[in-house]
Design a binder for this molecule. Sequence first.
Ligand code: GLY
Length: 253
Amino acid sequence: MFTKAILRKPGRSLVKGLRSSDLGTPDHSLALRQHASYVEALWQCGLETIVLEADEDYPDSVFIEDVALLTPCCAVITRPGAESRRGEIYEMKKVLGEHYEQIYEIEKPGTIEAGDIMMVGKHFFIGISERTNIEGARQMISFLESNGMAGSTIDLEKVLHLKTGVAYLENNNLLACGEFLKRKEFSIFNIIDVDPAESYAANCIWVNDNVLVPSGYPITRQRIKDAGYKTIEVDVSEFRKLDGGLSCLSLRF
Ligand code: GLY
């Protein structure tokens, strides 16, 4: 179970965030309202939230999940593959110092963004992507192993981050779409299939027996409900314009 989450408000510079598609420019006022609704959804799940002020120097810093991996016994500060995001780690080090005694840091030439890391109990799947390299994964796995956990890598074909296409919903249930439906690494899970027309909805988050689902994806929401979960819909349309999803917007621990 999670008890806390760290988030960062979206800044006005959000409009300059990295993006791979043209879904339009995010509306900052709407993004702020959507972020506030997301915080409320986490409250509904019983979490205490720590909401950092916007950092205008880093347009993508609202996607706070990428800059740290939080585990039950240690935290790891990442080294984002996107150079424009590297400076996001400095404030994160200070913030995590208030919550963790053991904090590691990924070093050059390793790169890793935690959107590429999926926690399944004590095992962490790490996507090798344009943002996460083998060296970053190697360092991460060594930190995990020195704390009684484990990790393994999985090559990504199309998606930005591993969790763009899969979400572990606990109880051996994996929400998956596209390239992840038939991967041998995931054959041990009960797969909840995301319809290709709703692929964005593969990025859901499990929070204390609730599943947060993006608004506007009814087929996926129903499949998650059919698997026995209570769902909470959250509109994240402005973050989608920058390839961001529900998982990217918080660090849950
Ligand atoms: N816009 C989110 C990212 O590319 O990191």
